[in-house]
Design a binder for this molecule. Structure first.
Ligand SMILES: NC(=O)c1ccc[n+]([C@@H]2O[C@H](COP(=O)([O-])OP(=O)(O)OC[C@H]3O[C@@H](n4cnc5c(N)ncnc54)[C@H](O)[C@@H]3O)[C@@H](O)[C@H]2O)c1
Length: 245
């Protein structure tokens, strides 16, 4: 029987690429996002994952439709770029809610089903910003560092019951989230938009190119497959050499 996964942020960018890849690999996929399209990959489910109710309804929907869950891929996210003294406090709360609390709630609510699966997997889409910081991203960097701590804890608690938890830490990926940042970064750093990619975003990366969403989906598919069996409690870093310095 095919395995069942819940992917968040599946209407766009990396999440969409992950949902497409898992469907192509024969998974049943619940594709969760704020707004969903009927023609997207997997079965659409609309939820606001900054709320407890949104996370719990998403897990319930997956269990109702598929009768179980073998994998949870918390991926939904957004960025907010601002100096710390001007950092909007509501944006901070929303970043922590979506990037850190939602993965916790999804793991908590899906835990019994993942345990029953016998080979439950949690793969969080974190970021190189879970390992290092950049200025003007206090909320995002803090939440991404936090979620890697959550992954370690889930791995230790999950090991005795057949649940593995890992993460991927990509550098910059060609998605809407990055396209939007180019204008923001241009303003904050005082650099023309056409120079932002090389002079700001890719400056710390040894390999000067963006990842494609499908490359992140490949890594997630690997972690969910037989080759990922001994990956738990640690991130798979795909940062083009960013953290090698
Ligand atoms: N793009 C990058 O360079 C990059 C690099 C490293 C990590 N990431 C991480 O990858 C993940 C996906 O990012 P992306 O680049 O594909 O972004 P994206 O903007 O293309 O997609 C993010 C999705 O999350 C959804 N979302 C936002 N708020 C939500 C909410 N409250 N409830 C439900 N869904 C919500 C959006 O609607 C959107 O479809 C994020 O966690 C991001 O931090 C991205």
């Amino acid at each position: 029987m095919s395995r069942a996964a819940l992917v968040t942020g599946a209407a766009s960018g990396i999440g969409r690429a992950i949902a497409e890849r898992l469907v192509a690999d024969g998974w049943q996929v619940l594709s969760v996002d704020l707004e969903t399209e009927a023609d997207g990959p997997g079965e659409p489910f609309a939820a606001d994952l900054t709320t407890r109710e949104g996370n719990s309804k998403a897990v319930d929907a997956a269990l109702e439709r598929f009768g179980g869950l073998d994998a949870v891929i918390p991926n939904a996210g957004f960025q907010h770029v601002s100096p710390v003294e001007e950092f909007d406090e509501d944006r901070w709360d929303a970043l922590v809610a979506l990037l850190l609390t939602s993965p916790f709630l999804l793991a908590r609510y899906a835990w019994p089903a993942l345990r029953a699966s016998g080979d439950g997997r949690i793969v969080v889409v974190a970021s190189v910003h879970g390992l290092v910081a950049s200025p003007y991203k206090a909320g995002y960097v803090s939440a991404k560092h936090g979620v890697l701590g959550l992954v370690k804890t889930l791995a230790l608690e999950g090991a005795p019951v057949g649940i593995r938890a890992s993460a991927v830490c990509p550098g910059y990926v060609r998605t809407a989230l990055v396209e939007q940042q180019i204008a923001d970064q241009s303003r904050t750093h005082g650099v023309p938009e056409e120079r932002v990619l090389e002079d700001v975003l890719l400056a710390p990366q040894a390999l000067k190119r963006l990842l494609e969403p499908s490359e992140v989906a490949d890594a997630v598919a690997y972690l969910l497959g037989p080759g990922g069996a001994l990956f738990t409690g640690a991130p798979l870093v795909m940062d083009g050499g960013w953290t090698a310095r």
